[in-house]
Write a protein of this length. Structure first.
Length: 85
């Protein structure tokens, strides 16, 4: 079963390809996206990575939380379900 991870504290230069590259070192990545602002397309400093396997996701959190990417320490944890307002 796949697991979606939140990746925060990203530099504005980070790309989905960067996330895919770093997270694929810990397991199979199904999707890696950077969240951007509506209209302008400017990155918001966070993204999501969907790992194919729960164990790979746990390993990604263990290895990558706090690791630097683009001079900033990553914050990696399991993404919470979005609250409807």
């Amino acid at each position: 079963m796949s697991t979606r991870l939140y990746v925060g504290n990203l530099s504005f230069e980070a790309t989905g390809d960067d996330l895919n590259e770093i997270f694929s070192q810990t397991g199979k990545v199904e999707e890696a996206i950077i969240v951007t602002r509506p209209g302008g397309g400017r990155p918001r400093g966070f993204g999501f990575v969907t790992m194919a396997d729960e164990q790979d996701a746990a390993e990604a959190i263990r290895q990558l939380d706090g690791q630097e990417l683009g001079g900033r320490p990553l914050r990696v944890n399991v993404a919470k379900a979005r609250q409807e307002s």
